[in-house]
Structures are given as structure tokens and as C-alpha cells.
Design a protein around this ligand. Structure first.
Ligand SMILES: Nc1nc2c(ncn2[C@@H]2O[C@H](COP(=O)(O)OP(=O)(O)O)[C@@H](O)[C@H]2O)c(=O)[nH]1
Ligand SMILES: [Mg+2]
Length: 272
């Protein structure tokens, strides 16, 4: 009997993306309909959008049946949206995610999927910071500087040796997601560190491969506030995996207060 073709679930977290997401959804759906032999599903995960993002996604869904939306009223953040989206892992063999602005094009994302099969890794991370990466439009100087400071801190705390943990394009095998999902708790932009560290701790192989990137205007990142909460989140995550873990409970009220003050999504309680 011939082996069944692998199926792919692509998640796109979206917050107030009415301006950027429409063409991206159509490009992805058309590309994968034409070029991907297995079943393809694209789920946009929205939360608390104050614009017409949901209508834009539904319009695209009427044109392409592969597209659907999950909408949450609460401000669960990009990480929270992905934690919810990853609960759909049983729907497919491979689960990936990209940003709503099309910074990673469909062919570049498809390349990550191919690399997963070619390298035998459990997770493939698109990277803008290793040799071979093609930056059609690089991030701004301030963002690149912040990115390298963050990388140095993350490397000092977790020793993962992944140069670009923050690129919005990743693809992971279903079994790996199912195994580590209970450890996902970071709801802000530092979510990726939580995901990657959990995968590595569980013994899964994470492979960083060069990708193509076209930075887009209209970023949702307020650099100062976002960097501060990301820093808080990675320190918090380090404590979760240390003998000092009980201290977190003691500081929980203060912790939640700071996240709220920063208008950032409060970390969840992990299930493990
Ligand atoms: N669901 C959800 N998605 C978010 C939130 N904040 C950002 N995103 C999405 O995360 C992705 C990356 O955001 P973007 O502004 O492009 O970040 P940048 O490219 O790093 O500046 C986009 O798809 C955003 O719509 C949020 O609070 N909730
Ligand atoms: Mg972007």
C-alpha cells in the first residue's frame, strides 16, 4: 500500500491585520493547493481584534475552503493564540506557523516543510541570521540590535545555540507538539523560546535553516514594552526549569500586575 501523503496545518496568529492579511491568505491557499500534494489547512487565530480582520479571513475562506478562523475575545497574545492553535495538532502530520504580514512567502515556508523531511528533524526553524538567508527587506537597525541583545540573553540562559529564535516561520511534527504542549505557557512574543526549549528538553531534534524574509511595515511590536516583557518572560521560563521554581508562586500577583501594566498577555499555568 502506498504511504499516505503527509498533511499540513498552518497557523497564522493575527491581531488587527485587516490591512495586511487578505492577500497573504490567498497567496498561501493558492500556492499550497497547487504545489502541496497532501491535505493543507490554514487556521488564522485572532484575539480581541478591533478591526475587520475576522471578516477579511471569512471572505478569503469563502474563496478557499482550506482557510478558517478561530477567534478569542480575550487578549491572549501571539503566544496564547499559538498555544490555542497548537491544540489542533491532531488534525495534521505537520504543524507550522507564520506571521500574518507575509514576511515569509508560501514558497519559503514550503521549503521549511521540505527541509523537515530532508533532515529528519522534528522541528525546522527559519533563520534570518545564518549563512544562506536571503533578506529582501531586512528589519530596521533598532529591531536588529534588539534581536541580537535578546539572542545573547537567551543563549546565556538556555544554551540552545539557535541564532534566530524569533523568526515567525517554523514547522514541527505532530508527535513533538503533542508531547510538549502542556509545557507551553508564555503568551507574549517570547513564546518561541518556550516552544524550542521544551522541544529540546524532551529530546526532539530542532534544525535551524536559512530562510527568505521580506520585512513589512505595520509591525504590532512596540519595541520598548515588548522587549521588556520578553525579557521578563525568558527569566520567568528559566525559573520554571530551576530549583527556584516555587519562588514564582510567591511573586505571582506582582508578576501578573507587571504584565498587565505593560499591556502584555499574562503567562498561563503550564499543565506540566
Ligand atoms: N493573535 C494574536 N496575534 C498577534 C498578537 N500580536 C501580534 N500578533 C501577530 O503576530 C505576528 C507577528 O507580528 P508582527 O507585528 O508582524 O511582528 P514583527 O514582524 O516581529 O514586527 C503577526 O501575525 C501579528 O498579527 C496578539 O496579541 N494576538
Ligand atoms: Mg511582521
Amino acid at each position: 500500500m502506498p504511504e499516505a501523503l503527509p498533511s499540513l496545518l498552518l497557523l497564522i496568529p493575527a491581531y488587527n491585520e485587516e490591512q495586511r492579511i487578505g492577500p497573504v491568505l490567498r497567496d498561501y491557499a493558492a500556492y499550497f493547493q497547487k504545489n502541496f500534494p497532501g491535505k493543507f489547512q490554514l487556521v488564522v487565530i485572532l484575539n480581541g481584534c478591533r478591526d475587520r480582520t475576522l471578516d477579511v479571513v471569512r471572505e478569503a475562506g469563502r474563496e478557499f475552503s482550506a482557510i478558517s478562523a478561530l477567534d478569542f475575545a480575550e487578549p491572549i497574545g501571539k503566544g496564547g493564540a499559538l498555544i490555542e492553535g497548537l491544540k489542533l495538532a491532531p488534525l495534521a502530520d505537520l504543524i507550522g506557523y507564520v506571521d500574518a504580514d507575509g514576511a515569509t512567502g508560501p514558497a519559503s515556508f514550503h521549503d521549511l516543510v521540505k527541509q523537515l523531511a530532508a533532515t529528519g528533524a522534528d522541528c525546522v526553524v527559519g533563520s534570518r541570521w545564518i549563512e544562506g538567508a536571503v533578506l529582501h527587506q531586512a528589519q530596521t537597525g533598532r529591531r536588529r540590535f534588539a534581536s541580537r541583545c535578546f539572542h545573547a540573553i537567551v543563549q546565556g540562559l538556555f544554551w540552545m545555540s539557535i541564532r534566530d529564535t524569533q523568526c515567525g516561520a517554523k514547522v514541527i511534527k505532530r508527535e513533538a507538539i503533542e508531547k510538549i504542549h502542556g509545557q507551553l505557557r508564555i503568551a507574549d512574543m517570547a513564546f518561541d523560546i518556550n516552544l524550542l526549549y521544551s522541544l529540546l528538553r524532551a529530546g526532539f531534534r530542532v534544525r535551524e535553516v536559512p530562510t527568505e524574509w521580506t520585512d513589512k511595515t505595520g509591525s504590532k511590536v512596540a519595541l520598548g514594552r515588548t522587549s521588556f516583557t520578553m525579557l521578563l518572560s525568558v527569566i520567568r521560563l528559566r525559573l520554571v526549569y530551576s530549583p527556584l521554581r516555587p519562588v514564582l508562586k510567591f511573586f505571582a500577583p506582582l508578576d501578573s500586575w507587571i504584565y498587565r501594566k505593560m499591556r502584555a498577555p499574562v503567562p498561563r499555568r503550564g499543565r506540566e
